[in-house]
Design a protein around this ligand. Structure first.
Ligand code: ATP
Length: 252
């Protein structure tokens, strides 16, 4: 599905990543973890197209997408969510999801306001689809609320609904549990599994170890810009090098 091949990334003299090679298997949930400064965010940014890699390639299926900007990647099925939620605060929750759907439709957000008959039926279809995604993430009752007024946890769910409306093949999530309380994190775990059960491949960078160990099929551990380990949650929990890397961090 998604393959990172020999990824290296340098910022001036600093090597943030080197020799990162792994595949995200179709239909699975992959977690990317590692101590602070390990290179997780940088790897995420290379995978989603914020940074070009200094070395190596990002492949989606057979296609080398290393040079594609984030929006072109989204159009071919690689969609991301952000750690700092990016919503249109003045629009309603429903409109936030509809904007995403309009970008795929022949009826743009402005053109639809002209209200030609075919546009109205297209508009209705988009509205229904947006409502279905709000329902999927569990916030259909908030459809008419201004997005800027949402509590943080609900904003994260809206962001996931908006990403899902783009019908990704693979959803990359940047610290989806950051800022959530334990109840919200447990709900998020269920939601991510539900997304996987729809056939969408998921990869996430996450600090919440319980969440990662609970939901991931595969975990990739980064340390100091290199790949320290790859395996199932159990293999990772028992890996002495991983344990040492995390212990080193807590002693700092
Ligand atoms: N834009 C940048 N310019 C220069 N150096 C950077 C840049 N982005 C990251 N780095 C450096 O690359 C290294 C890896 O950082 P990165 O943020 O990817 O780690 P991380 O694993 O996401 O850390 P954390 O868990 O603390 O978020 C660090 O040494 C960081 O200072």
């Amino acid at each position: 599905m998604l393959r990172l091949e020999g990824i290296g990334k340098r910022f001036g003299g600093l090597t943030a990543l080197s020799g990162i090679t792994f595949s995200v298997i179709e239909g699975s949930i992959t977690g990317i973890i590692g101590p602070n400064g390990a290179g997780k965010t940088t790897l995420f940014n290379v995978a989603t197209g914020i940074y070009p890699p200094s070395e190596g390639a990002v492949l989606l299926g057979e296609k080398n997408i290393s040079a594609l900007p984030p929006e072109r990647r989204a159009r071919i099925g690689l969609v991301r969510t952000f750690q700092n939620i990016e919503l249109f605060g003045k629009m309603t929750v429903l409109e936030n999801v509809m904007v995403g759907l309009h970008t795929q439709s022949k009826c743009g957000f402005l053109a639809c306001s002209l209200r030609m008959p075919w546009q109205m039926s297209e508009e209705r279809r988009i509205r229904e689809k947006a409502l279905e995604w709000l329902d999927f993430v569990g916030i259909p009752d908030l459809a008419d609320v201004e997005a800027g007024a949402l509590p943080f946890g609900k904003g994260r769910l809206l962001e996931i609904a908006r990403a899902m409306a783009l019908e990704p093949k693979i959803l990359l999530m940047d610290e989806p549990a950051a800022g959530l309380n334990s109840r919200e994190t447990a709900e998020l775990a269920e939601l991510i599994k539900k997304i996987r059960d729809l056939g969408v491949t998921v990869a996430l960078v996450e600090h919440d170890m319980d969440l990662v160990m609970d939901i991931c099929d595969q975990i990739v551990v980064l340390n100091l810009g290199t790949m320290l380990a790859q395996g199932t949650p159990r293999e990772i929990q028992e890996n002495p090098e991983v344990i040492a890397a995390y212990l080193g961090e807590s002693e700092d």
